[in-house]
Design a protein around this ligand. Sequence first.
Ligand code: SF4
Ligand code: SF4
Length: 587
Amino acid sequence: MVKRIAIIHHDKCHPTECGNYLCAKLCPVNRTDKECITPHPISNKARIDELLCTGCGICPKRCPFQAIEIINLPEALNKPPIHRYGENQFELFSLPSPILNKVTGLLGRNGIGKSTAFNILTGTIKPNLGDYQNQADFKEIIAQFKGTELQTILNKIKDQQLTLSYKPQQVDLIPKKFQGTVEQLLKKVDQKGKIKEIAKELELTLILNSLITEISGGELQRVAIAAATLKEANLYLYDEPSSYLDIKQRINVSKFIRSLANEETAVMVVEHDLIVFDYMTDLINIMYGQPACYGVVSGLKSTREGINTFLSGYLKEENIRFRSYPIKFEKVQSKQKEQLIPLTSWENISKKLGQFKLQAETGELYKNEIVGILGENGIGKTSFIKILAGLIKPDEGNINQQIKVAYKPQYLETESDQIVADFLKQAIQNYSNQLINPLELDKLFTKKLSQLSGGELQKVSIAHCLSQEADLFLLDEPSAYLDVEQRLSISKVIKNLTEERDLTVLVVDHDLMFLDYLSDRLIVFQGTPAKSGFLRGPFPMEEGMNLFLSGLNISLRRDSTSRRPRINKLGSVKDREQKRDNRLYYS
Ligand code: SF4
Ligand code: SF4
């Protein structure tokens, strides 16, 4: 028998506004005088009896607020979950497996139960095996996972032997809670007496006296990583440690996190930059399911096999297809010269902005292309775009065609009370099929911008930018807070819209796989942040990547199965060969 779950999103269920329990009036089971959909006696929200529901699909389609989801679970899940929050609420199957001396990665979509899993690991949530009215006995829970990697972990949770230190995902919320200096914050949590060493490893020494409210996103990220590491624990968990970091810092942080795993310490990482995730972890658990409805944790896999399985969308051992299509990395076909229509070009631009000097050699942008931009933060990327848009006049050099620019900034406005549907008015009117539907933004229409999660706000801001009437679109770090699936769906949306509207899109990002997947050409910024920035390019992908990687001392190969880019181990045969042949980016 198929196990069916019914989810009611309580925040979206408004019985007095839908016509007094419209779902109950329409339910064919209710019409036979059975009580399938009834009002909850306390919350007054709709409740669904999962045993009576036949899965006809009428109520999720007809609820005007999209408050209901009816899901047939995969056959392999014909077992109780490890935890369910309540009637018609989210449920989680199984748990990730931290292992001493290893870095274990968790790979999966946002909203799929990672926080629930962490809360169970730390003992904050006591799992109930799906029986939300009664607390399950730990012996019963352990018996259910007997013989699996989880048995040991559950025993440790039972005996309260797991102490966890956690680096949260949204580091930009830290300045709202703490106003002192970096050193003051670190001192508050320092149980190891190692502020100096850790600050040095994470390149924070020079900002120890800076105010938390005044440091950049990348600095804040490294402060948060330092703070989590300074606490005594035997399980360290880093939730998206690469956001706001440039690639150099991502690699440095990866090495740092790897160095923490030892005989007494397990490390877990949630990360959506797949190249960094691959570099940082030894083993991975894949998480799949339906966001906000249910989540499943797969068994442990080696990192390489696990990422390839994730991209394929099919778990062989479990016989579960969790995505209807595989994600493939195809070689980018360079466009023929005769197909290229110029948009604008520049010649020997030079501009001094305070202590900072920006220089750009000769270059040209075409219609219908996506150009990736690589470079450290504070190196002149935004200033250059402002020059192209005519908002800043260069001291020297020419822009040959003034153009209209639409811009999605790196840091998004989180305080606005504007309703999403109003903010996206142009996108709804003109690009429903190209932006609203593929990004599933209609679900967010009634929310305020201030109520959105980091990932939701990112998608809304990208759609808002791309719906403007402009010649050139600049997306600054569009991948931040998006999970891997969302990064790929955003890439497809940008690619399709670029093609359809003959757009020119510049994408500044530090996720190399995202840029590899998305870009036709690359611009590389070199120099020293806050002092000097040199724009080079645009180049064909291979040439641009080679130039960029040469400054980082790393080389990338393509995985033989999935064709995804992977960082070569420093000094390995491949690394030495590729460096010798000056082919740091293998395409
Ligand atoms: Fe009304 Fe939808 Fe709530 Fe049912 S689930 S009571 S249709 S708002
Ligand atoms: Fe009733 Fe289930 Fe059909 Fe909804 S899906 S209308 S609860 S039978």
